[in-house]
Design a protein around this ligand. Structure first.
Ligand code: RP5
Length: 160
């Protein structure tokens, strides 16, 4: 298991499964875990402290509301942590974004956009690709597919 996807609640799953989808696209092994910084802090601490030893290289952590989960995990491990602000019922997810992105100096969390779980997965792939040529090649092919998609849209616009 190279990537741990941690979320505060099962209500985050519809967003956080996008991280898993990105990792699946690149054939990266991952696990999904529910562990709340508020409701079960002991579990969060246990997971964060054991992750590196268990072979995890990157942790993606998503939560909504007062979203302390990514920061708490980052405080308990030196593995890179990517935070996903999950939009809840209030404030359009700005509460979660601000909770995650404004980490005090010393304990960084690489924060993606609100509900940006797919990008979090891609960023994890890019980190792992530093040491894996196969992943670098897959990323290059992925970028080519993106560019081809833009060309296709441009063609359709011109053909209207
Ligand atoms: C956060 O509270 C979770 O990450 C979730 O986004 C939010 C609401 O949780 P539930 O009340 O749906 O379990 O801790």
């Amino acid at each position: 298991m190279e990537v741990g996807i941690v979320m505060g609640s099962d209500s985050d799953l519809s967003v956080m499964k996008e991280s898993a989808a990105a990792l699946d696209e690149f054939g990266v092994d991952h696990e999904m875990v529910i562990a709340s910084a508020h409701r079960h802090p002991e579990k969060v601490a246990r997971y964060a402290r054991a992750a590196a030893e268990a072979g995890i290289k990157v942790i993606i952590a998503g939560a909504g509301g007062a979203a302390h989960l990514p920061g708490v995990i980052a405080a308990l491990t030196t593995l890179p942590v990517i935070g996903v602000p999950v939009a809840g019922a209030y404030l359009g997810g700005a509460d979660s974004l601000y909770s995650i992105v404004q980490m005090p100096r010393g304990i960084p969390v690489a924060t993606v956009g609100i509900n940006g779980a797919f990008n979090a997965g891609l960023l994890a792939v890019q980190i792992l690709a530093l040491e894996k040529e196969g992943l670098r090649e897959k990323l290059a092919a992925y970028r080519q597919r993106l560019a081809a998609g833009v060309e296709e849209k441009d063609r359709r616009l011109r053909d209207r």
